[in-house]
Design a protein around this ligand. Structure first.
Ligand SMILES: [Fe+2]
Length: 215
């Protein structure tokens, strides 16, 4: 959530019928944080789209464009909900950086598993905060809550798309208990290396025995 010291909402002069201005201010405050998170997510997904390399490049590269398009629609919906509530959505990059309490995505050019492992953490954090906002708007503004629920459904689907790449078939992602992007990225990278090593040790079916080593 945003630091209160960086963003202080004031009650709007008007809001939607049936909502008190003070309640609208609380919802606007909450939505500005979601706006920042979704704007950041859309930028991060494009950054990964441009920087991902290695095996499965084209599958992962092209997977992100529909996600970016969908998240950008969410950005617009959240910003216009703020405006409809009588607030002023803040969509500039400088304000986003001042208001957010998370770090910039830190990974540049890297293989698919490294980025997917890090994005698993990014999606997890965005969805967790979206769910918290859903619970907070339960009574305050069910119309806003309805919008957030719809968005969470798509975000959770996109999260699954990412996470499924990290599951070696055991039901447990290779990133396991990693809770930050860098640690998850490292585990994703190592998980890939481990599987390559295991594949090299495994009996080659066309020879009936282990491969001699190398490629
Ligand atoms: Fe592109």
């Amino acid at each position: 959530m945003m630091s209160p010291s960086t963003y202080q909402p004031s009650a709007p002069a008007y809001t939607v019928p049936g909502l008190k201005p003070d309640t609208a201010a609380e919802v606007i405050f909450l939505l500005q944080d979601r706006l920042n998170a979704l704007n950041d997510l859309a930028l991060t997904l494009k950054h990964v789209h441009w920087n991902v390399v290695g095996p499965h490049f084209i599958a992962v590269h092209t997977m992100f464009d529909p996600q970016v398009d969908s998240v950008r629609v969410m950005v617009d919906d959240v910003a216009e909900r703020i405006a409809a509530l009588g607030g002023s959505p803040v969509g500039t990059a400088g304000a986003l950086v001042r208001q957010r309490d998370w770090d910039d995505y830190a990974i540049g050019r890297a293989d698919t598993h490294t980025h997917l492992a890090a994005l698993n953490i990014v999606y997890g954090a965005v969805i967790e905060a979206h769910r918290a906002a859903i619970y907070e708007t339960e009574k305050a503004d069910p119309v806003t809550q309805d919008m957030l629920i719809t968005q969470a459904r798509y975000l959770e689907q996109f999260h699954w798309f990412v996470r499924a790449h990290l599951d070696p078939g055991t039901g447990t992602p290779v990133t396991r208990e990693a809770h930050d992007e860098q640690a998850a990225a490292e585990r994703g990278r190592n998980g890939t290396a481990t599987r390559v090593q295991e594949a090299r040790r495994a009996p080659a079916p066309w020879r009936g025995g282990p491969r001699a080593g190398g490629r």
